[in-house]
Design a protein around this ligand. Structure first.
Ligand SMILES: *Cc1c(COP(=O)(O)O)cnc(C)c1O
Length: 357
């Protein structure tokens, strides 16, 4: 029986028989073909797959890292965990703390979020899982600085991706892709916010694929309004519709650059309009779902292919980092609300007329 992402790949994880494994059966997410997006790239013979990380237990890839971070926190006897979050980390931390309590380990979860910038689905998750949610009057970077300081001064464990166990746990997605494809893809397209995930994937591919030339090129994409790595300097007031990547000073900045350089990849930016167009395509033309920030991977692939950066016959995996249901507001804003709000008489003939018969 599947026992979650740590026990699927224990040889690559810092666990032993004594480690209490706190799992919600994360991982084992689907890799699905995206024929419409492949066609849009206009690259001959390309194969495009989407890695559906929104299928994780709390709806984002954060669960892969959180199972490790919370297991290790419980192993050393922590009673409290804390994180700063653009939303998904808080939902995940809150859920794994609840799971730890179910297994008999008292664990309280505290989360700091930037006031007004967290999608409702994520906020409601953190709350119903029993976390103490504190909205701070600042952005993610401000909140991260506070929780880092608190974890140094008080007996409370930090579960942001600066926690090395988070990154370690997130490597499992790279192993799964290699297992599913029977090899690494040629390109991995991924949204970049705090840059922990691109760091984790690259570490995962290095673990799994011994031949350096058989590893993928890492193509990371930031939002144009929050693109510090692309610009080469901290962005004081990051802005983007993709709130999960609204980060101006990524914690894993240097590791992301190393992943880019070692893999001969790129870190580029996509505009909010490009992200939203990809978001609509993923839903309307492929039938899959994701949150706005996740669409940066597909927007980035389309941009890179327009620029001739994808060679023919390639296999490309785009990571869809989070579930579309977390952010219904953006989905509604991108749709024809006037049509949706109009009401009709409950009459068969009226409705038939509207259907064009
Ligand atoms: C956290 C998150 C990201 C960004 O990942 P980083 O590791 O911070 O670069 C992207 N998309 C979603 C949905 C996320 O939750």
């Amino acid at each position: 029986m599947y026992q979650g992402s740590i026990l699927k790949y224990p040889q690559f994880m810092s666990v032993n028989n004594q480690t209490p494994i706190i799992s919600l059966m994360e991982g084992r997410t689907l890799l699905v073909p995206a024929p419409h997006i492949a066609k849009l790239t206009k690259v001959n013979g390309i194969k495009v797959y989407l890695k559906m990380e929104g299928l994780n237990p709390t709806g984002s890839f954060k669960d892969r890292g959180m199972t490790m971070a919370v297991s290790k926190a419980v192993e050393k006897g922590a009673k409290k965990i804390i994180c700063a979050s653009t939303g998904n980390t808080s939902a995940s931390a809150a859920a794994y703390a609840a799971r730890a309590r179910a297994l008999g380990y008292p664990l309280d979860c505290f989360v700091l979020i930037p006031a007004g910038y967290v999608a409702l689905g994520k906020l409601s998750q953190a709350m119903i899982y029993g976390a103490k949610v504190l909205q701070v009057e600042g952005n993610f970077d401000d909140a991260l600085n506070i929780v880092k300081e608190l974890s140094l001064q008080y007996p409370i464990d930090l579960v942001n991706s600066v926690n090395p166990f988070r990154i370690e746990g997130q490597k499992t997605a790279a192993y799964e892709i290699c297992d599913d494809l029977g090899a690494a893809p040629d390109y991995l397209c991924i949204p970049v916010g705090n840059a922990g995930n691109i760091t984790a994937y690259w570490a995962g591919f290095k673990d799994y694929i011994k031949n350096p030339s058989a590893r993928p090129k890492m193509f990371g994409f930031q939002a144009a309004g929050a693109a510090p790595i692309v610009r080469g300097h901290i962005v004081e007031k990051p802005e983007t519709i993709g709130t999960a990547i609204r980060i101006g000073n990524p914690a894993s900045w240097k590791f992301a650059e190393a992943a880019r350089d070692e893999s001969k990849g790129i870190i580029d930016e996509v505009t909010d309009d490009e992200m939203l167009e990809a978001y609509r395509i993923i839903h309307d033309c492929e039938g899959f779902n994701c949150e706005p920030a996740s669409a940066a991977s597909v927007a980035g692939l389309l941009k890179a292919s327009r620029q001739g950066k994808i060679i023919p016959e390639s296999t490309v995996v785009c990571i869809l980092t989070g579930n579309g249901l977390k952010d219904p507001k953006t989905a509604m804003d991108q749709s024809d609300m006037a049509a949706a709000e109009k009401t009709y008489k409950a009459d068969e003939n009226v409705i038939a007329g509207v259907l064009g018969f």
